[in-house]
Design a protein around this ligand. Sequence first.
Ligand code: DNO
Ligand code: MN
Length: 403
Amino acid sequence: MLEQTWRWFGPNDPVSLNDVRQAGATGIVTALHHIPNGDVWPVDEIQLRKTTIENHQLSWSVVESLPVHEAIKTRTADFQRYIDNYKQSIVNLAQAGIDTICYNFMPVLDWTRTDLDFPMPDGSTGLRFDATEFAAFELYILQRPGAVHLYTDDQKQQAKTKLDSMTKEQVNRLTRTIIAGLPGSEETYTVEQFRSVLDEYKAVDDQALRQHLYAFLREVVPVAESVGARLAIHPDDPPYPILGLPRIMSTEADAHTLLASIDSPANGLCFCTGSYGVRPDNDLVGMVNRLGAKIHFIHLRSTERTRRFDGVLDGSFQEANHLEGDVPMVSVMDGLLAEQQRRQKEGLVDFRMPFRPDHGHRMLDDLTSGKHTNPGYTAIGRLRGLAELRGLMSGLSCRKAAC
Ligand code: DNO
Ligand code: MN
């Protein structure tokens, strides 16, 4: 069985460690969010967090994320100091026995959505990315120079109609949703700041960003390997370019290129089915088969691609229940369990294969309690997701073991 984990945002998370235990997870995925992005994570702070977790009979399974400072991505200003700090944080984490570290290399924004409470047919709400709303933001709210060339006249018209139908409050909400930072992202911006950070990528195209990532990895991966730690890169979310920014971790080919850039057991992947799964050309089951040995951490979540007014898939999607939507979760889980069996047979150290239910709907009491839970990181929606995934996993592993 894969290790069942749960993302916890630390002592201020309204979903407590006691709640996590009742959900049946045994591992915690967390980060020291109070440490400014780019600073070294001190040993005593790591130890304190670890003790808090262990006092609840849970273990700190994965760090998500050890954030990569923007200067490393643009390779400007103090980037070398931030890389040195990153190495030190890896060493400090390993010293405390925490060996799996998730990160991402998305410019400016961490993950992006346009709606955090989109009504689902069953009465719950979920996260959604609507390409037309996003275009309305980019073209008419942010007024990003150059954006007009990215859209067809039809799309521009659709976006304008959308914008005109929105109240001022809806426009503000959309803007906040996109630029104010979703849970886990380390940066929040005003519209003005946002325009100027986008400018910092003017000279950074896909090829440059890729080189910056591989240059970063050539420094940090050997350090991670020497202390027995493993790095896991989270894919782009959504997995295609937005805002004219470079995007380099969206497809299976991107994953292979990354792995080839430095051959080390410490250079690996976070397999996020919800992010990769938005692209119909990502064959998730094939990816598990071909990349399985390099998967250090797993996010299980499903997405449903939705069609534009004219039936075209335009990159819009919403987060579906874990066993529904476009992600073939049963076959993905089957592939992951086979990979775990292989690791166990070969006696590899990396056999835990931690997964977490990545997001869940807002439902039941989380809809009415007035308690502010982080969007996507509700208690009950994730509890449902974890329970469904655990059932699936138990059934499949029982079949494998012929019980
Ligand atoms: C998206 C999610 C995000 C993710 C952050 C990491 O698929 O997993 O919440 O955790 O991008 O910082
Ligand atoms: Mn994810």
